[in-house]
Design a protein around this ligand. Structure first.
Ligand SMILES: *Cc1c(COP(=O)(O)O)cnc(C)c1O
Length: 381
């Protein structure tokens, strides 16, 4: 089955009890049993919910995995993956990663004896040098947030495999339409479905997809034991969002390409970060492992000051100043004070995350209107 068909049909069937074409929202906490232990496979909704299971099967299909496990948020999904590890184990993660991912490792899991090490993964040989006997998980984000660096998933997964380490890719930025890490050798894919999968900025949800049934069983055990499940209404909304994932992401990528080129030619703009440029250090890898260059574009200003960025951030009308990404509407954000405020400034600067860096999540509006909006805002500099 091709991707566009999977978004609509992958892992899904009309509802067996009524024939409903769209997966119903099973808003129930429990299920009637005929006799103790005699039931239809559903006992209690933390453990099984038909709407959630439909979404899990659909996501498994999109990511070419065997099973999906859904959670109340992307962070709850990451939390479940970290619970595969034990005290004393080490996570090797990309250095410019989502602020919340850095926070859960350093502020929560380090208290329980897990260790986090944050390194650039753009050079796979460099990754191997940081592996110790304690390293049990590689945590990859690609494209990275917000610098849009590219990690070679295939090469890094190979290094991990050699050392018996699990590889997990946070695929939120690319979405399975652009990149399927399990096909490239990763063991686990994590999503904040809040972003491209949901696609309409109306739901918070997270997911894990794996290609090994034993690992899926372990994660279902953690899901049931820790309980961070999403509600059925949210699962329904994400299922609904996914049906247009391919259309939305394709258009957003087209828009982002035009915007990246427009910004690169603007006299007030210092540097534009977008993996589609030939000059981007990760361009060749991105061209190989992705089916498009994504709809996230970051740029900074010649005058590198927060106040300069603020002028632009407060003057756009179509680009809404907000956290998050991946919706049909375009968003503009300031990583240093918003998504990445929990990362110390010295750490941020090491990765090129300057005070004037602005991040765009390009939506599916008419690109001429989006460029006009940026043009007007940039005249305030
Ligand atoms: C938003 C985001 C998360 C966290 O997901 P939530 O659904 O907000 O909990 C994790 N990783 C990346 C790359 C994100 O953009």
């Amino acid at each position: 089955m091709k991707f566009a068909t999977k978004t609509i049909h992958g892992g899904l069937h009309p509802d067996p009890s009524t024939g409903a074409v769209m997966t119903p929202i099973y808003q129930t906490s429990t299920y009637a049993q005929d006799a103790p232990g005699v039931h239809k496979g559903y006992e209690y909704a933390r453990t099984q919910n038909p709407t959630r299971i439909a979404l899990e099967k659909n996501l498994a299909s999109l990511e070419n995995g065997v099973d999906g496990i859904c959670f109340g948020s992307g962070m709850a999904a990451m939390d479940a993956v970290l619970k595969l590890l034990n005290s004393g184990d080490e996570v090797l993660a990309t250095s410019d990663l989502y602020g919340g991912s850095y926070r859960i490792i350093t502020k929560i899991y380090e208290r329980f004896g897990l260790k986090g090490k944050f390194i650039s993964m753009t050079d796979p040989a460099e990754v191997e040098k940081h592996i110790t006997p304690a390293t049990k998980l590689l945590w990859i984000e690609t494209p990275t947030n917000p610098m849009l660096n590219i990690v070679d998933i295939e090469a890094v997964s190979k290094v991990a495999k050699k050392h018996g380490i699990l590889t997990c890719v946070d695929n939120t930025f690319a979405s399975p339409y652009l990149q399927t890490p399990l096909d490239l050798g990763a063991d686990i894919v994590v999503h904040s479905a809040t972003k491209y999968l949901g696609g309409h900025s109306d739901t918070v949800l997270g997911a894990v997809v794996v290609k090994d049934q034993a690992l899926a069983d372990q994660l279902h055990f953690i899901q049931n034991a820790s309980g961070g499940i999403p509600g059925p209404m949210d699962c329904f909304l994400v299922l609904r969002g996914i049906k247009t994932l391919h259309l939305r992401v394709a258009r957003a990528c087209e828009n982002a390409e035009k915007i990246a080129h427009y910004l690169q030619g603007h006299p007030k703009v210092n540097k534009v970060y977008w993996p589609g440029f030939d000059s981007h250090p990760g361009h060749a890898v991105a061209a190989r492992q992705m089916r498009g260059f994504g709809a996230m574009v970051s740029f900074d200003l010649h005058k590198d000051e927060f106040d300069e960025a603020k002028k632009v951030l407060s003057k756009t009308h179509l680009f809404t100043l907000a956290e998050s990404l991946g919706g049909v509407e375009s968003l503009i954000g300031h990583p240093a004070s918003m998504t990445h405020a929990s990362i110390p400034k010295e750490e941020r600067l090491k990765n090129g995350l300057t005070d004037s860096l602005i991040r765009l999540s390009v939506g599916v509006e008419d690109v001429d209107d989006l460029i006009e909006d940026l043009e007007k805002a940039l005249t305030f500099l």
